[in-house]
Design a protein around this ligand. Sequence first.
Ligand SMILES: [Zn+2]
Length: 332
Amino acid sequence: MDLLKLTDFFRSRKNIILFSLALLLIISIIACTCTVVSKNKTIKQLNTTISQNNKELEKINKEVSRLQGEIKASTDNNNQLKSQLDEANSQKNSLQAENEKLKKTIEQLSNKHQQNTIPIVSTPYGEPNSKLCYLTFDDGPSDNTLKILDILRRYNAKATFFVINTRKIDYIKDIHSQGHVVALHSYTHEYENIYSSADAYFADLNAISSTVEGIIGIKSNLIRFPGGSSNAINKNGLMNTLINSVKEKGYYYFDWNVDSGDALAKNVSYTKIVNNVLTAAKSKNSICVLMHDTQDKTSTVTALPYILEGLKNLGYRFEGLTQESKGYRHRG
Ligand SMILES: [Zn+2]
């Protein structure tokens, strides 16, 4: 029955049109609703993405501001270091300038000092050293011996050491090994005992001879009398006896023809010692120079380079004494 009614309904054209319109409307409404739902869903998704991006952006912003802070701190630190560097550089420059000034002052003082102390020399370097110098050092070895040896080495000069028995007697090894002559002076250096008799003299001489031989294995026959052969102790012609006796026993004795004067008083100035030697050396062609190697004779050590320099300029060469060396005797 209902079916009949429905058939009747669609027999009318008007009803068909109405029904079609109603159907179209329904379909449109459904389609619209679907579209709106889909759009809403997309919007929701985009909003979620925006919110996530915002969070990320916030993080990045924080990092950026942290890095900016660090850059600022670094820049400040850099500026501080730059100003410290500038300050250090300016201090360095002023110290360098001061050093230069001091060097110039030292140079000026040193030139002045040399002008004041080095005696006038007439012969330039490079000429043949035709003159002969025997430098001799008495009464050592002492605390000054090694300094004397150093200076002699610098000038390639040889010397002779007339030794006595001292606390530093072992230094005769250094004297000997460096090519200098170790010669005999005395064991005790006590005039009263040594010059009390010929026997006493030779007992003393034998003692220093054995001591030297025991240390360097060489028996020396070169001697210097304490006080020289012209010493004032010549009691009852003792010195004449001794001079003859030492010759008979095969010894060669040496005095000097230039006295440095370093033992003529206590603390003789080095300029005086230098002048004594160089003044006396000017008028001679061969010299035997008396000096002393004792602990208190520090001015002799100071004078030595000036003496060597001055004598070298006067044309002297420096050798050690040998038994062939002639002269330099005050007596005999
Ligand atoms: Zn002496």
